[in-house]
Ligand binder design. Sequence first.
Ligand code: PLP
Length: 438
Amino acid sequence: MNDPHAALLAKAAAAMNEPLPEVPAEAIASMVARHVARAESYLALVRRHGSPLYVLDRQALRDRARRFSDAFAAAMGRPTRVYYAMKSNNCPDVAAVMVACGLGLDVSSGRELQVALDLPAESIIFSGPGKTDAELALAVGHAGRVTILIDSFSELARLEALASARGATVRAGVRLTVDPRGFWRKFGIPLADLGRFFDEADRCGHVDLRGLQFHTSWNLRPSAQTDFLGQLGRTLRALPARQVSALEFVDIGGGYWPESGEWLQTAATPAGTLRHMLSADALPDPRRWWKAGTPIEDFAAALAAAAAEHLPLEGATICLEPGRWLCNDGMHLLMRVVDRKAPDLVITDAGTNAVGWERFETDFFPVVNLTRPALAEQACDVHGCLCTPHDIWGYAYWGESIAPGDVLLVPSQGAYTYSLRQDFIKPIPPVVPLDAAE
Ligand SMILES: Cc1ncc(COP(=O)(O)O)c(C=O)c1O
């Protein structure tokens, strides 16, 4: 084939016919019904606090924390420790619930570390690239509570110098890059350099290297994590037993996608993206597409089997850093309809600055009319109030009809929305706990 575009065109043709299934209608209906059943509590919050609001569902957070911890504790057959990844929702009240449930906290900046210390969290891991000296010094100053997950050789050297200057010894791990050539190569050190890192750490009298960390993102199933455990096992078996047996923990990161899977608008599918690039959009496509997820118990079983097969570290604690899986269902957005410009076009008093990105152009979540509830979907562009057409909540609502003053709910906005909220045009809504209304 001489045409350089032929292979790409063939790929594009295959993508246009991509056989993604649609989100099961009953899955959407059961989510809507769950929230309609609590409509009175949500409406009471709006009466008391106005709108828009972030609603914090602490019981949902507790339920998730318990289910996640129980799944891994039961499957692993060795000690486990769960650290909530604060970046996924940095509301201190969310972290406080996790700490009260017995979880540790995973922080990625000095700012998050300070919040965790103030809560106070007793067990904190500090991971992330580009930690500054000031951030490392804060961690060293609380060495009894903080384990530092070192990101590079130069960070190891800086940490040793800072700890030595303070006469402290810090417990540490090293992050391993899961993709030495690709998008994720900025994180950690390559597996091929682990032996050299162990040797370097042996020369650092103030850094007590006790663990390994890796993280793969956006896992709808556990294969990326189990594959890396295989690579890690092969690497560890080739390294000196003295250094390997000093390891007390292996942190297998976060990235567990909620079991409901990804619910996508057509624009987020390969076919939809291609149509958009070619300006070939015909009528808007109301269908929603589904990338299925995996129950957390199945993740736990697969990861336990991979750890047992590959890791030559029988007694080591398995640490986990879930974010999205824990907080996704722990926060919802409440807003009111301000304007009905046409039967199929309304404007709300919340803007998508509350989620920080144009999420609903690609991701699908039902918009539930709590004032006129019905398990029926009505086509309607539900826009926010920002001066940009990208400010949209959805292309339909669930309810009998819609009118100014109606209270709408966008559920499950707990992960990577609140943390990304923007001070843009409209104020950021306050957070109110749902239990205050019940
Ligand atoms: C190192 C690390 N751990 C944990 C997480 C949490 O991931 P998730 O919210 O997908 O579980 C992230 C997210 O980016 C991360 O970078």
